[in-house]
Design a binder for this molecule. Sequence first.
Ligand code: KG4
Ligand code: ZN
Length: 373
Amino acid sequence: MIYSHQSGRGKPRPYVYMRILGIESSCDDSAAAYLEVAGGKVRRLDYVVATQEIHKKYGGVVPEVAAREHAATVPPLLAALADKVVGRPNGAMLGKRVDLIAVTRGPGLVTSLKVGLDTARALAVAWDKKIIGINHIEGHVYSNWLPAEIGQPLFGTKEKIFPALVLVVSGGHTELLYIKDHCSYKLLGATRDDAAGEAFDKTAKLMGLGYPGGPALSKLAELGDARVYDFPRPMIHDPHFDFSFAGLKTAVRYFLRDNQDKFGDEVFRRNVAAATERAIVDVLVAKTVRAAKEKKVRSIFLAGGVAANSTLRRFLSETIREKLPGTVFVEPLLRYCTDNAAMIAMAAHHRAKKGKFDDWRRMDADPNWELGR
Ligand code: KG4
Ligand code: ZN
C-alpha cells in the first residue's frame, strides 16, 4: 500500500495505491476478489463466486452443510482468482500482488464465517500482509462504489454525497442506516421479524417456486397486476423506522389456503406475486423516503440481494425524483447486489484509508455484529 502526495503544480493531492484481496463466506456463497485502486480510480477488479446449490433440496441454508462446502470451495476459488490476476493458479504469485487482505467477520453463520476468516488470517501470517475484518452489511453498502467500467473515478471523490441514507435489503437484513461519512453509521431502524428477502423467499415457497424464490417471485410478478389483491403493508404509517414482514407472509398463506381452487391458474399466481411484491416495495419505499426527509440526506443508496428487484429500483427512484428532488439516488450494479467479495474489498479500501486495520491475532467471527448500533 502506498500513500504519497502527487507532486506537480498546485496543491499536492493525496495519492493512494492499494491492492486488496477480498474474501467472503458469511452465508451460502463463497467469494474472492482482487481490487486495485490507485489515485481514486479502480484500476483492476477480478472476482469469483461459488454459489452453494446443495441447499435448494433442503429449502433453506443448513449451517453445517454450508461450512463444509465453504471449506471445500475456498482454496480452489483462491486458485481460480490467482489464475485471473497473475495468469496462473498460483497462490504465492497472487500473494506478491496483494498489500491488504479484507475478510467478512460478521454478521452471518458463525461456522461459515470462520472458514473465510481463518483462511484470511492464515494468509496474512504466511504472506505477512495487513488485514481488515469487514462487516458484511458495510460490504453491501460499498457495492455502490463498484464501477461499471475500470478507470472511472470512484463515486464521491468529486461530488458531495454525505450525509447519506442506505436501505439494506438482503436475505437476512432489512435496515435503514444513516451514514455521516465513510465508515460512520447510525442504525435508524431494522426489521423486527422477517427480512424483506425472507418475505420474498417465504411467499415464493408457499407458491411452490423453490428456494431462494425471491428472483422467481419477482419474475412471475412482472406479468401480474398488483392492484387485484390488497395485502397488508405492516408498519407503513408508524413514525419509527422499523419494519415487520411476518404478518404479510401469514396473510398470503391464509389467502392461498382459502383460494386453493385457483392455485393452478397462472393469472391468479401472477397477480398474487405482483400484489405481494408491491406490498413489500411500498413499505420499503415509504419508510426510506420519510427517513431521508427527516434526516435531510444528500443521497440515498440501495444495497443487498433484494436491491436486484426491478420494481423496488423503479419505485424508489421515481418516488425520490418526485418527493425529494435534488437528492442523489444510487443503486448497485446488478452483478454486485448479491453476496460477493468485491464489495468486501471496496469497504476495506475505505477503512484502510482511515488507518482502521486489524490484528490477525485478535480477530474472531462475530455472527451478530450490528452496524451502527
Ligand atoms: O444479500 P444476499 O445475497 O444475501 C444475504 O446477505 O442475505 O440476498 C439474498 C436475498 C434472497 O432472499 C433473495 O431471494 C433475494 O435476495 N433476491 C431477490 C431478488 N434477487 C435476490 N428478491 C426479490 N427480487 C429479486 N430480483
Ligand atoms: Zn448479503
